[in-house]
Design a protein around this ligand. Structure first.
Ligand SMILES: [Zn+2]
Length: 480
């Protein structure tokens, strides 16, 4: 581990200052504003909340494990059915037939409803009616399933907030920040509105208090329909907001006192998708902001690695991930030849995003010095950042003979953030033994910042998502 990374890992949140949004107690009325970062992941979902204001602690929610045993800040993105009841999260994982990765079926549903042809057969949802699932004789859409899943999770978190921040519930106003893959946000595709509705109605449903981990199918659908009949506020009035995943992951880092002005690359390999971006971090006393050069999402991730390894793992597709994880990192490395195509696809995407970034800033020396040493710092995020064969590749690409003065590092949440147990006990993440979850919690952590500043994103002529940096903000002196 490099020294810089160690310094970052050990940094104390209590030291944060200067870079925070100033609290506007007047604008918020007298109610204290809570920002809840909701990371709806393809394989696990996470929640982090925080009261707005300098130095306020970040608190992750822990969720009881299957049947109430054990707990974890990771809530399985899984649904199952038993006796006409829907089971959610950890409770679903023990059932005979588990539906996983259903988030990836929002695009299936969106394509069907927009009349766009499906891109190949989806292994998860219905072949006859893409974007839906047959559950106990009821056709449930991916959107419904996503909404119900998040509502169950949020309904477990909301009641714990008042005690955790030391306030009466009536004195609090909760806002939810969630993330979506960059190219699926409203500006870029038709799936954005689906994500927005999912998050909004999940929150409303959670507030109603009706969600249950074990929930009658009919009751769940009825509750969802009832909440959808209520008027929905305009986007500016909404208690929920959506941000690009990449930016959310970086936000936690950007705001740390240790982060320095400079050029950065970020590779986030998730279960379903991989995001890659390059940006300039502007940082002075008044302003901390990322100006993006280029960014993009590719629908390749650890699920594809698992599918490639399936002949060896010999498990049904919903159990591949667990089996692969149980085999250990060395086993995965030994069989890396089987998922070489996944690595190549992510590599290709990386090279193309890097190329786009270089188009915007064509000064070679800004990217590499004369010896070919990279002048940008690379971060690896997400579950795939722990997959050695993929990481090895990423550390070599783009194929221009780049070397690093400091090896690309994994971005983690600080170990001293808090977790609140299902019974409301506050612990530090380290003390609670969730060390290994730290890389996976970054997105929720970044989203729990009240105002992840989102720069302007645009599409280029070819329809590739390119984020144009506001070049006038970067002067030569800024760079060197
Ligand atoms: Zn699907």
């Amino acid at each position: 581990m490099c020294a810089w990374f160690q310094k970052f890992s050990d940094s104390l949140l209590g030291k944060r200052k200067g870079s925070e949004t100033k609290v506007s107690s007047t604008a918020a009325g007298r109610r204290r504003r809570i920002t809840l970062g909701l990371d709806f992941g393809t394989s696990t979902s996470k929640c982090c909340f925080r009261e707005e204001g300098d130095g306020k602690p970040f608190v992750f929610a822990e969720f009881a494990g299957p049947g109430g045993a054990g707990s974890s800040p990771l809530f399985d993105t899984a649904v199952a059915v038993r006796d006409r009841k829907l089971l959610f999260g950890p409770d679903a994982t023990r059932a005979a037939e588990v539906i996983r990765s259903f988030k990836m079926c929002l695009p299936c549903q969106a394509r069907l409803e927009a009349g766009t042809p499906q891109t190949g057969r989806c292994p998860r949802c219905s072949e006859i009616l893409p974007g839906t699932f047959e559950i106990a004789g009821t056709t449930v859409s991916a959107e419904d399933l996503c909404t119900l899943h998040l509502s169950v999770m949020l309904s477990e978190v909301l009641p714990r907030i008042p005690a955790a921040v030391g306030a009466d519930a009536s004195r609090l106003r909760v806002h939810v920040n969630a993330a979506a893959p960059l190219d699926q946000l409203r500006e870029f595709g038709s799936v954005g509105p689906y994500f927005e509705r999912v998050v909004y109605y999940a929150f409303r449903l959670a507030e109603s208090g009706s969600p249950r981990r074990s929930w009658q199918v009919k009751d769940a659908i009825d509750a969802l329909e009832a909440i959808r009949r209520e008027p929905k506020p305009s986007e500016s009035e909404s208690p929920t907001a959506l941000f690009p995943e990449t930016h959310a992951a970086m936000t936690g880092f950007l705001l740390l006192p240790e982060s320095e002005k400079g050029l950065y690359g970020l590779i986030d390999v998730g279960a379903g998708t991989s995001d890659i971006s390059f940006f300039w971090l502007q940082k002075d006393e008044n302003d901390t902001r990322a100006w993006y050069y280029a960014t993009g999402t590719t629908p390749k991730g650890m699920d594809d690695v698992d599918r490639s390894l399936a002949p060896l793992l010999n498990e049904p597709h919903d159990r591949l991930r667990a089996k692969r994880e149980s085999m250990g990192a060395d086993w995965v490395s030994e069989h890396s030849g089987m998922f070489d195509d996944v690595g190549r696809a992510i590599d290709k995407h990386y090279t193309s995003v890097y190329g786009n970034a270089r188009q915007l800033d064509q000064r070679d020396w800004a990217w590499t010095d004369r010896q070919g040493v990279a002048q940008f710092r690379l971060f690896l995020v997400g579950g795939g950042a722990g997959c050695e064969p993929l990481v090895e590749r990423m550390c070599k690409a783009p194929p221009r003979g780049i070397r690093w003065s400091e090896q690309p590092s994994r971005l983690l949440v600080p170990a001293n953030v808090s977790v609140v147990s299902p019974s409301g006990v506050l612990n530090s993440l380290r003390g609670a033994g969730f060390e290994s979850a730290r890389p996976l919690l970054l997105l929720a952590y970044g989203l729990a910042h009240p105002r992840p500043d989102v720069p302007k994103f645009e599409r280029d002529r070819e329809g590739v998502v390119v984020v144009k940096v506001e070049r006038e903000r970067i002067t030569h002196e800024d760079l060197y």
